[in-house]
Design a protein around this ligand. Structure first.
Ligand code: FES
Length: 119
């Protein structure tokens, strides 16, 4: 493990739909288990510095304008900041309405039963 790789938690302590927020290498980082995929995000909202990783996990509405049908997709992949409700895609950190805003995300991997992040 390089000095830029840090362990955040044990695989077994993070079930699908759960998150941990930890101080890692001097930064506050959350790791989310999204259906077995680990997503790591800095706990700092790009809007006004709120603790974005403490927000609600949800999904998003989809629409097919040709058929006038509505749906619900990506359950557990959309994170809403608790301060003003901005919504972000956990996969790449982008703001749903304006992708020019993006949360800081980190690569993750599992090694020896631990979830690691690349800082
Ligand atoms: S600080 Fe996150 S939406 Fe405003």
């Amino acid at each position: 493990m390089s000095s830029r790789t840090q362990a955040v938690c044990e695989v077994g302590e993070l079930k699908p739909g759960e998150r941990v927020i930890r101080e890692v290498g001097g930064r506050e980082i959350a790791v989310f288990n999204v259906d077995g995929e680990y997503r790591a995000v800095a706990n700092y909202c790009v809007h006004a510095g709120g603790p974005v990783c403490e927000g609600t996990l949800s999904g998003m509405v989809t629409a097919d304008p040709e058929e006038w049908e509505w749906g619900w997709d990506r359950k557990g992949e959309i994170l809403a900041c608790p301060w003003h409700g901005w919504e972000f895609d956990l996969v790449d950190g982008t703001h749903l309405a304006d992708p020019s805003y993006r949360l800081l995300t980190y690569e993750t991997r599992v090694e020896d039963g631990e979830v690691l992040v690349e800082l």
